[in-house]
Write a protein that binds this ligand. Sequence first.
Ligand code: AMP
Ligand code: MG
Length: 403
Amino acid sequence: MKSYIEACRIIKDEIQLLETGTEEVTLLNSLNRVISEDIFSDINLPSFDNSAMDGIVINFKEGISKWKIDSEISAGKFAQTYIGEDNAALIMTGAKIPEGGNTVIPVEDISVENDTAILKSGAKYKFGQNIRKAGQDLKKNELIAGKFITLKPRHISLLASCGIPKVRVLKKYNFGIITTGDELVDIGSKCSGDKIYASNLYTLIALIEELNMDHTNFGICNDNKNDLRDVIHTSLHSNIDFLITSGGVSVGKFDFVMEVLKELGAEIIFWKVNIKPGKPLLFAKINIKGKKKLIFGLPGNPVSSFVNFHLFIKNILTESYFHSSRRTITAELVNDLKKNDLKRHFIRGIVDQNGNSGKYFVKEIENQSSSNMMGLSVSNALITIEEDRINLKTGDEVECIMI
Ligand code: AMP
Ligand code: MG
């Protein structure tokens, strides 16, 4: 049995060895994608001197308070003109500054009569005011988005301002999903007697979508070894990078996942991690036609498979694919927590922030059974209790993984 830390390290090492291809996507398809190379601007921003206000553009000379307006320049409609000391042009925000112009007086500070602008009494102006200089925001050849940034709307805004139509990004991983169990029925079908809905299928798909990755749903497989072998074989020979199975990795009579994986030539890297919930996690790899595929056999208990996905897939991809840090918060317990074994526990809880102090507090949800979906749905965190800590007291500090 691996420790939590060892299991994370092994999985991270294997994921880092995966070949992650790149592809070019349009800017509109780049949201939440990870760019695979530095992006530089090939223009200045702004690319020309322009007015920051609606007003008049003048050629600054101390003491002047009256100008003849002899032209008009709006954004996108430049008018060739020369601004001397006594004339001015009406100018709108974003319009290009004409030759000789170097200062913009806002419209609020002048009155205009018969094409003459007069500075209002008490209004002042300074040389160079209200002009956005070419290149003041960024210079040509400047780095505008560094390799491995996950593109958010704010990045897309800058890239569009620089006129960049396409970006090269890391390819999404494709996750194959198989859920196993004779008791499982898909949602939308009749579920009676000893059957249950195959909720893990949807949990896993949602978790994968949340990571902005692709998935292929291989559906529900019953606990028949031949059927399981067929669907695992099909999935591994399809265009997937990861296979996630749910159920059938414990020690029950019909838990065939490990056996079938071995028969198909997979290498079992480890089975079982010293954690609660989610102990029976199985991690394996296989090489299919020169391409490595990683396999996560998750236990069927809905909470266990959810926790396993968070710890060993989401958290690790956050670091190795998204080059980002996992979201954890240190919070103070508002209840005692029972723990008297040497496993690492991940307890569902609700983290709240105190409005006045800004401090975080966390409360354990009552029923920690690994089949309790209601409890999971109201939780927003997994409270981590490390192996060597036992029975925690109210007021103790704990690390919470936000979910
Ligand atoms: P297993 O890991 O196959 O022994 O399953 C452990 C428990 O999880 C059993 O109570 C199963 O009925 C339940 N279970 C297995 N697969 C699913 C699933 N896809 N959705 C919901 N519960 C499941
Ligand atoms: Mg089962």
